[in-house]
Design a protein around this ligand. Structure first.
Ligand code: FAD
Ligand code: NAD
Length: 469
């Protein structure tokens, strides 16, 4: 064992939670060590948010060109496109490399010491790292700290009767295909299942999605996901709702499923299992700290403190919602507290986006959630079919909905579905965080022609003053 390294803050995990905490700590002058066993940027940059959005873009472009090779109402005629998959994947990898290298540079700029290796917790103030140097294990490095920040993220949940391996893949393998399968069966119609299902379908693969619940994207309300359901149908994605997966067929080329009492086999050269992710809390000594847990997730309070003094936890390790921007915001919050600032992690809203086609975006409460909370609320929707910009973008399927208190018009939530509406997340989050009322948004001048006018119109409609519907 080499000489112990002493630091104020020791962060385990260099994903969006850990690296943002480290950068902020560096800005605040806190001596910080960050330990990462795989690659800086974590799930998000390497095998999650960024690579999936890159492949979504590839598939969108490919699909649009295919449309022009057919009967395009835009009057554009083109030859049928071809796909150089290796080049698409290399382009995606290039973006990942640029971003992860950038994270390394930012950490260096803020004087964070990065230790490459897998951390093992000894106690709440001591961690041993098995360094990985050019693929070989080196001598363990002991690190002592005043504050330990756990940011080890999450990993794909497996189906016990159909573990990962061979034709059964997780999102990680699906994001780096060497060859496209002829048929892909996807278990789970959640974020990953639908984002990647649409990618594969648009690239020409036969896709079937099997979902245990009665509708796709069950975390969202039924009206919001209807346009996505319709789009999946018109893309030719097979949707099998309220269906159970039984396992692979004996020849490994099909997936046995059960709906009600009837059993059938779906073609499946590969099976993507996307039934959720689980916090990464095992295998590195975390259980020896005997922290309060919620299942596999580390329980934290509204300051991201665990049940042990001086031990903090953020990001996917702390459970739902497992979103990169939540992890980043928690990381910043912890660094500032260690610097002596008074901070709480109590966001008024954490926006969520599903990058399907059309996209879904939410922030704050849906009408159902407001009712469940006993709030007397009003809600109003504005259809994108009545928005000029949406027409010029061929993206009229969808709507924007606002939810507000009836008494004082305080905005409680926003939901939207439509092409490109992910960018509404900023306006939605800001209006809720700043305590805006319907009048604030309704009387803000929104540039014309933009899809964002639908946000203003939804607020006006809730006030009974909609102009364009
Ligand atoms: P992670 O990003 O998982 O990082 C944890 C890091 O800790 C990893 O790098 C890991 O190697 C390291 N680590 C773990 N244990 C140890 C140890 N013992 N020693 C050293 N290092 C260790 N979220 C969004 O908000 N938007 C999206 O569009 C989006 N798309 C996604 C698409 C996919 C396919 C997937 C899988 C996820 C997606 N997510 C998305 C979720 C997002 O990636 C996570 O919420 C986010 O990465 C969580 O950040 P984190 O810092 O908590 O953990
Ligand atoms: P998910 O929770 O979004 O969806 C899992 C789906 O699988 C659910 O609809 C669930 O009902 C279904 N399911 C569970 N067990 C099943 C079974 N045995 N048979 C059939 N269906 C089953 O999980 P995910 O898609 O794996 O994504 C994991 C997490 O990663 C997400 O919850 C999210 O936090 C994050 N993520 C976010 C984004 C984004 O922000 N755009 C994108 C991808 C992933």
């Amino acid at each position: 064992m080499s000489n112990p390294l002493n630091t104020t803050l020791l962060i385990i995990g260099g994903g969006p939670g850990g690296y943002v905490a480290a950068i902020r700590a560096g800005q605040l002058g806190i001596p910080t060590v960050l330990v990462e066993g795989a690659a800086l940027g974590g799930t998000c940059l390497n095998i999650g948010c960024i690579p999936s959005k890159a492949l979504i873009h590839v598939a969108e472009q490919f699909h649009a060109l295919q449309g022009y090779a057919g009967d395009s109402p835009l009057g554009i005629r083109a030859q049928a496109p071809e796909l150089d998959l290796a080049r698409s994947v290399a382009w995606k990898d290039g973006i990942v490399k640029k971003l992860t290298t950038g994270v390394g540079a930012l950490l260096k700029k803020h004087k964070v010491t990065v230790v490459q290796g897998w951390a093992r917790i000894v106690d709440g103030k001591t961690v041993d790292v098995d360094p990985v140097v050019k693929g070989k294990a080196g001598a363990p490095q002991r690190i002592r700290c005043e504050h330990l920040l756990l940011a080890t993220g999450s990993e794909p949940a497996a189906l016990p009767f159909m573990p990962f391996g061979g034709p059964v893949i997780s999102s990680t393998e699906a994001l780096s295909p060497k060859k496209l399968p002829k048929s892909l069966a996807i278990v789970g119609a959640g974020y990953i299942g639908l984002e990647l299902g649409i990618v594969y379908r648009k690239l020409g693969v036969k896709v079937d999605v099997i979902e245990a619940q009665e509708r796709i994207l069950p975390v969202y309300d039924a009206d919001l996901v209807k346009p996505v359901h319709a789009a999946l149908k018109s893309l030719g994605v097979g949707l099998h709702l309220q269906t159970q997966v039984l396992g692979l067929t004996e020849d490994g080329k099909g997936l046995r499923v059960q709906s009600g009492k009837s059993e059938s086999v779906l073609p499946a050269q590969q099976v993507l299992v996307a039934v959720g992710r689980k916090p990464r809390s095992r295998g590195f000594g975390l259980s020896s700290l005997m922290l309060d847990m919620d299942g596999l997730a580390v329980r934290v309070d509204d300051r991201c403190r665990t049940s042990m003094n001086g031990v903090w936890a953020i990001g996917d390790l702390t459970g739902e919602p497992m979103l990169a921007h939540r992890a980043m915001a928690q990381g910043e919050c912890v660094a500032e507290q260690i610097a002596g600032h008074t901070r709480r992690f109590m966001p008024a809203a954490i926006p969520a986006v599903c990058f399907t086609d059309p996209e879904v975006v939410t922030a704050g409460m849906s009408p159902q959630q407001a009712a469940q909370a006993g709030i007397d609320a009003i809600d109003a929707s504005f259809p994108l079919a009545a928005n000029g910009r949406a027409m010029t973008l061929e993206s009229t399927d969808g709507f924007v909905r606002v939810v507000a208190r009836r008494d004082n018009h305080l905005i409680l939530g926003w939901q939207a579905v439509g092409r490109g509406v992910s960018e509404f997340a900023a306006a939605f989050g800001q209006s809720i965080e700043m305590g805006a009322r319907l009048e604030d948004v309704g009387h803000t001048i929104h540039a014309h022609p933009t899809q964002g006018e639908a946000i203003q119109e939804a607020a006006l409609r809730a006030l009974g003053q909609a102009l364009h519907v």
